[in-house]
Design a protein around this ligand. Structure first.
Ligand code: ADP
Length: 818
């Protein structure tokens, strides 16, 4: 039955009236005494023929054919009624009896059939009328009895118009009464059946709104409900006869074609993805039921779960995201239903806290692992939150895990209250902060340690930012500068500098930030700082730079070096005093030799001058000889003067003066000083001076002092060996581009093993009263002050060798290079 099958009420009424009209016509032509076509054997075939036509037309299921079917059914019904009437009232002649015997048994089922066909044919129209046009339905109530009573009226008319019937009483009273009763029964039947059909039809219509498909065993659609039309967009006319799964491109969630027969666990339905007519995907639950054991059809009821699946997916996604976030931060998300006392962990997040899944199900099982004192605090805070109807409260507690480990948990919870203000639900997070707390404690301990170190170290510490603003000012800084930290924190560090630096400091900082060129950072600088009282103090400054999270700070360690400078100055003067004393000592030891050396030219001078005097007294004096004697006396005085100058140079107190000096000249001057007067020792002096070791960058007098000491020690050592073995070698060589080595070796007994280890210790001597034991220690200090080193060793061939290095200078044509 489709929606288009709705004949107009006028047409139905016309159909119903056509039958009686025909009966009237036939009856008027033939007369009641002559039943005509109805009294012969051909009467019933006509009626049955009409009914067959009706049924055939109904089978076509087209609206206009159904109307014709209604017409023919109505005609057949009227004819049957008349035939019955005529038959029952015919005279009992043999012919009539024969007619009656044949007509009645056939006429009754024919009439039932006719009524059934009539009901079927009018069904859709009556339902449509009843549902949509109340006026039409009311009219039908009036019209239908009239139609059915019409045959009775015809009978009455026959009796009035035509010659009198055999029994006027029966004719006038019984027949119409019978007809009316019959008509009423038919009317009652029709209306009752129609009402029932309407109810069934309404129910079927209502059911048809649900998405229901009937398919056969191959999946071919036999029925396609209006609900399916709405759901899939395909009209029934298109869908019926097609394979459902091909039409809808059905797939299971795994992407397979849906099974035509269902396994046990698919009885509750399977989820399918199918396509709407416009191509969009639908998620459906298909529940299959058999249409009955006799039928090969299955009834499929479809539920659109697209929205539900999307919501479930969204919920799943949201839970997955939550779990991800929870996992990333080791967060356990819980929900505590206060009424049922159940604790539910979202997506099993309790495992993230190391709690075995399912072990904390309610408040009691949670409280069992929590430190009692922490639990008391939490309960107090919770009570306070509930009292204030607070939106949330935070907490921190320690719990002992199943493995015995103590963890610290921090969290916060949202509170939900009912209408009476009772806490009904709490949702919150638990975060394991054990490691963080441990780090915090460690950090705090380290900070305290650092603070105590900074408070005790003598160095002042000042931290400034990129703009030179002081951030930290240590207690040592307070002591050094005289300011309290609160007086300087927030001020520019330049306030701690003398005027000339103060104006330039910001510029230095800016220059560094712009170019990255370091002037102070990572170096030790010696500067002056200004105290609160304006006094300037010499300081040693070391600055470090630290960057953290884009913030740059500079830390300066300041040390007051006034005392050190004073000490150094004092020490310096002591050292030079000592060096001088050392030289004087050496001079003292050389004195005998030197006196002898000076004595020679002086004796020579006096001899030359005595000879010259004698020459002058002679009359025949030889002028040339006289001049030679005076010149020789002058040379000898120069020689004596040279010795004295060398002695004075060496012994004088002088400021240290480092400059480019010829190496050989220094060596020769030193050996001249030492060797004067030692000729009697018969020492062979051998020089091996490398020509390229020509210039040094040194204090000549100090280098000479070293050489004098070494040579004098060698001479002393040579006293003990036979004259023919007495030999001193003085050598120089280039070590590398920067250094020249000078070596003094002798053929003496070598350095005594007892003192070899402490050779350079002051007052180490094997010479008894003759030696002070400071010569070598002064030598080493002088060499090291020049950046070089002094080494001593005993030679395998016997004797000792002392080697020391001095900075080399390469003199190029037109310039000098160090
Ligand atoms: P002093 O000469 O006054 O003893 P030094 O410091 O010059 O003080 O020398 C310390 C000691 O080193 C000497 O006493 C001596 O024993 C030893 N010494 C130094 N030079 C030589 C050398 N060339 N041969 C052997 N011993 C030496």
């Amino acid at each position: 039955m489709t929606a288009t099958h709705r004949p107009a009420p006028v047409w139905i009424i016309a159909s119903l009236l056509t039958g009686p009209a025909l009966i009237v016509t036939v009856t008027l032509v033939r007369g009641p005494a002559h039943p005509g076509i109805l009294d012969s054997a051909g009467g019933m075939p006509v009626i049955l023929g009409l009914l067959l036509v009706s049924v055939a037309l109904l089978r076509v299921r087209r609206v206009d054919f159904t109307r014709i079917a209604a017409l023919t059914a109505a005609l057949a019904t009227s004819l049957v009624m008349i035939a019955l009437d005529v038959t029952l009232r015919a005279s009992p002649s043999p012919a009539s009896l024969q007619n009656t015997a044949v007509a009645v048994p056939v006429a009754i089922p024919a009439m039932v059939l006719a009524i059934a066909v009539l009901i079927e044919a009018c069904d859709a129209a009556l339902v449509a009328l009843a549902q949509q046009e109340i006026r039409g339905w009311r009219n039908l109530h009036l019209v239908l009895p009239a139609i059915l009573v019409t045959p009775a009226l015809i009978e009455v008319l026959q009796g009035l118009i035509l010659p009198a019937p055999p029994d006027p009483t029966q004719f006038m009273a019984v027949v119409p009464l019978e007809t009316i009763v019959l008509g009423a029964v038919i009317w009652w039947l029709i209306t009752g059946l129609v009402a029932e059909r309407m109810a069934t039809r309404n129910f079927a219509n209502a059911l048809d709104c649900a998405p229901i498909v009937m398919i056969d065993s191959s999946g071919t659609i036999a029925h396609w409900s209006r609900g399916c039309e709405d759901l899939y967009g395909w009209p029934a006319a298109h869908a019926v006869g097609k394979n459902k799964y091909a039409l809808l491109q059905s797939r299971t969630l795994e992407g397979d074609p849906p099974p035509l027969t269902r396994s046990n666990d698919q009885r509750e339905g399977i989820e399918l993805i199918e396509r709407h007519r416009d191509g969009h995907a639908l998620r459906l639950l298909e529940v299959a039921r058999s249409a009955g054991s006799a039928s090969r059809l299955s009834i499929l009821s479809m539920s659109d779960i697209t929205a539900r699946a999307a919501a479930e997916r969204a919920l799943g996604d949201s839970e997955a995201r939550l779990l991800l976030a929870a996992q990333a931060h080791s967060i356990g998300v819980f929900e505590w239903n206060v009424e049922s006392n159940a604790i539910h962990w979202v997506a099993n997040t309790e495992t993230l806290l190391g709690i075995p899944a399912g072990s904390v199900r309610d408040y009691a099982s949670w409280a069992a692992d929590v430190f009692p004192e922490d639990r008391v605090i939490i309960e107090k805070r919770m009570a306070a939150a509930v009292w204030a109807k607070a939106d949330r409260f935070s907490f921190r507690y320690r719990m002992r895990r199943a493995d015995g480990e103590v963890r610290t948990i921090e969290g916060s919870s949202r509170c939900f209250y009912d209408g009476t203000g009772q806490l009904t639900r709490a949702i919150g997070v638990n975060i394991d902060v054990t490691d963080r707390v441990a780090n915090e404690i460690q950090l705090a301990a380290r900070e305290a340690q650092l603070r105590s170190v900074l408070e005790t170290v003598p160095d002042a510490m000042i931290v400034i930012d990129e703009t030179g603003i002081i951030l930290t000012f240590s207690p040592a800084a307070e002591r050094l500068f005289g300011y309290a930290a609160r007086q300087v924190v927030g001020a520019n560090v330049s306030m701690l500098m003398p005027d000339d630096h103060r104006v330039r400091h910001d510029g230095y900082l800016l220059h560094y930030l712009r170019t990255g060129t370091k002037r102070v950072i990572d170096r030790t600088r010696f500067l002056t700082a200004r105290r609160i009282d304006g006094r300037e103090v010499p300081i040693e400054l070391r600055v470090g730079e630290a960057r953290y999270a884009g913030v740059r700070v500079f830390t300066g360690f300041v040390r007051d070096i006034s005392e050190r400078i004073e000490t150094e100055e004092r020490l310096g003067s002591l050292r030079s005093e000592l060096t001088h004393v050392g030289r004087l000592n050496a001079m003292g030891e050389l004195a005998a030799g030197l006196a002898h050396e000076i004595n020679q030219p002086l004796t020579a001078i006096s001899n030359y001058l005595a000879a010259a005097r004698r020459g002058l007294a002679q009359a025949d004096r030889n002028e040339d000889a006289l001049r030679d004697q005076i010149i020789a006396a002058g040379d000898q005085s120069l020689r004596a003067g040279e010795i004295i100058r060398r002695m004075r140079d060496f012994a004088s107190r002088h400021e240290t003066e480092t400059r480019i000096e010829p190496v050989e000249a220094a060596i020769r001057a030193a050996s001249a000083l030492v060797l004067v007067g030692y000729e009697r020792l018969d020492v062979t002096i051998c020089y091996e001076l490398a020509p390229d070791a020509d210039f040094m960058f040194a204090d000549r007098i100090q280098v000479q002092q070293v050489l004098v000491n070494l040579l004098r020690n060698s001479l002393d050592a040579l006293y003990t060996v036979a004259k023919e073995r007495r030999r001193i070698r003085i050598a120089s060589r280039v070590v590398d581009a920067e250094w020249i080595e000078i070596a003094v070796s002798d053929t003496g007994p070598g350095i005594a093993a007892a003192i070899l280890a402490q050779l350079y210790m002051p007052f180490t001597s094997t010479k008894g009263k003759a030696g002070m034991g400071i010569g070598l220690s002064i030598c080493r200090r002088i060499v090291e002050a020049h950046g070089g080193s002094l080494q001593a060793e005993n030679l395998a061939s016997g004797g000792a060798e002392f080697r020391f290095t001095v900075p080399r200078v390469v003199k190029e044509s037109g310039g000098t290079q160090r």
